[in-house]
Write a protein that binds this ligand. Sequence first.
Ligand SMILES: [Zn+2]
Length: 285
Amino acid sequence: MALQSVKKLLTDAYKNGYGVAAINVFNYESIKWAVQAAEREQMPILIQFYPGYLKFISFEQVSQIAKTLIRDTTVPIGLHQDHSATYELALQGMKGGFPSVMIDKSTSPFEENVAVTAEVVKAAHAMGIEVEGELGHVGSANNLDDFKNPNHFTAVEDAVNFVEQTNVDSLAVAVGNAHGPYIATPELDFKRISELRAALDIPIVLHGCSDIPTDQLQKSVELGISKYNIATEWDRHFYNTLKKQMETGGRNAHYPNLLAIEEQMIEFVQSKIKILNPNNVKYVK
Ligand SMILES: [Zn+2]
């Protein structure tokens, strides 16, 4: 099945009662693991690339590997560029073959966030590319105030205005979530999620989904969040699994150790796909 529009994939998700895992990939193997998990579960997934890894692999390399692997799947898969901090970086991702990009100016004042996001959207839409914006800054999970203080959460009225003024295709929101390992158990603001879902007619995105308790993730799926960014937990699972394999898998052949953890890495992604599908919805092709 061909590469799927991220907006369509996410809209189908909230209308049919499941969430889509966005897996942060970093090389050929990680893309393959995520794609195989989607294939086994027969549910959509998003291959997502964080530009922080650009010194190791280029936008072109990621997009070409992903498109090659996606071409042979029987379920729809999207390809998305995570967190562009600048207009220029978002355009580099588009040039590098990404059909969907994020522009994140959420630490800037509202007007500046609107202005830069709208410019990215204008350029992107001219080329048939989709854009995720962010409003209400998703901060750091090692700063309690970032995810416990409702003053930092996305205001519903601002979100409506932001979407109207920028024409973004999806919106990342702050509703008690944050990036990285949480120093205290997060508590998602379900009332805010419901209000945002009722007020917006585009998919809603949750960043910082690692270690959010399963019951909270599943309730947020039922309230209509579509996209779930998973990086910290995936990275930790990769480290722990590879470390164990290196200790037990033989000294003189380290590259095969990377290949040997394939099954555990695929199973991790499968477990996330299952969590985000609490009602066991079957994807209809
Ligand atoms: Zn993020």
